[in-house]
Write a protein that binds this ligand. Sequence first.
Ligand code: FAD
Length: 516
Amino acid sequence: GALSVGLYSSEDPLVLLAADTVERSVFNSSSAWVVEFYASWCGHCIRFAPTWKELAGDIQDWRPAVMLGVLDCAEKFNQKICSDFGITGYPTLKFFKAFSKKPDDGIRLFHHGDDIRSLRESIITTMERHEEVWPPTCPPLEPISAAEFHGFFRAYNVTYLALIFEKEDSFLGREVTLDMLQFENLAVRRVLKSNEELVRHFNVTTFPSGFLLVNNGSCSIIPVHMDSRPLYTDFLRRLPGVMKGNTFRPTMLPSAEPQTTTAPWRVADRKKLYMADLESAVLYTLRVEAARFSHLDEERLSALKQYVTVLVKYFPGRLVVMNYLHNLDLWLRPRTNVSQNNWEEALRNKAELPYARLPENPLWVGCQGSKPELRGFPCSLWTLFHLLTVQEALLSPNHASPSEVLPTMRRYVQYFFGCRECAEHFEGMAAESMHKVKNKDGAVLWLWSRHNRVNARLAGTASDDPKFPKIQWPPQDLCSSCQIIINGRRMWDEREILRFFKAYFSRHNIYLDFIK
Ligand code: FAD
């Protein structure tokens, strides 16, 4: 049966990598590798997965010259290796040329939009830019010269040579070359429009167009009259004597069993907040998100200090957790530079002090999703920050002074939130209107309304949990007075929203269910 790991399955034509296999797969490999480092909870990764699968299917015949892999950085077992590869946001696509030696050899693969064409082209361009180590199974992709053409059948023992005449910026010739790499008895080369000698020799006037040469001296036009990779590939694959060689058979590398024991369903009441979710958010931010960086300094360190200080001030946690955060805050304050090791050590040490502890593993209750990749961390992060804005409004009597929670959240998201596209969206909203927020009640309302904007944008997309559809919140059954009808139109009543938030996000509404 198919093995599912994170967002992918063993039936997808790509390699499911894990902490114990990624290095032996990617390093010293005679293939170039393109690896998607993702986090299964990240909405953009969920929406990107179908594109990556489609790409894997589309270029599966480019194997073994180009191999596609995926690695789920949200899996606890993989967190350390993702940090070793310098992954700080998801999804990150990295290209490893053949015979790469170390994580640093990975090159960020840039692409425009999520269409597989731009991904394919980007893979080719990146390969060409790093051609000093060419995968041995990959045919040359550079244009053929007139001299090479004239001596071709003397140099290569093949029956056919397909020439694709095209403009410089066309990818057709290179893609067809890669599509045909597993097939024997045929070579494909591109000829540039600027190669006047060959263009004249074949009397080519349309680009692209193709010619088929046979080693017995015959030459014919390839009957494809448009810029269509599948039509060219299809024609060439049907030629007599052109057959798939047995050069490539995908092998599955043995990998440690991913820890995908499905959690028991925990029944939650949506009128309540659960301490398990809130502590899990704190745990994940500190132990996973902040631990991804090899160094914390300057702005990033200052954002982290501000975050921990705000937790100490406003998080209504259990005594052991508050002690832990307090110790961490004291440790962090005087530092100007914190290495990853310092940070991990500090997180461990603070738990050794008496009555100071953070849970070991995240546990989602109100934020549990109907599938392991849905809800969880991002849900708990929203909940935590709503809670903090409300606690600040309740605790500091001076309502005229500005919120410190909101700018803290902004910096947290900017410097640490692993879903980078989420962070960009959020920063867009913050830059547009956060400066207009005058006081703490305003901060509560700002976060409420921006979260609803995000809900509206995401409703019905792939990261929407069908069991917990994204709605404009709070719904009628949680707060019937929050919406009023004016002139037949349903409107929010902000005073009622504030009243409701101060009750819903109060410490009395936090339940300790499932916490041991
Ligand atoms: P969530 O939206 O996570 O909400 C959690 C809980 O908060 C809900 O269950 C509900 O009880 C409550 N709630 C809902 N709305 C409100 C509200 N308006 N005010 C107060 N409480 C509310 N995903 C993307 O795919 N693209 C993005 O651009 C993106 N941006 C994000 C930005 C930030 C800062 C964060 C924290 C997350 C972002 N996400 C994004 C993730 C996405 O918003 C959800 O968190 C995720 O899909 C999980 O959804 P959920 O159904 O658990 O509800």
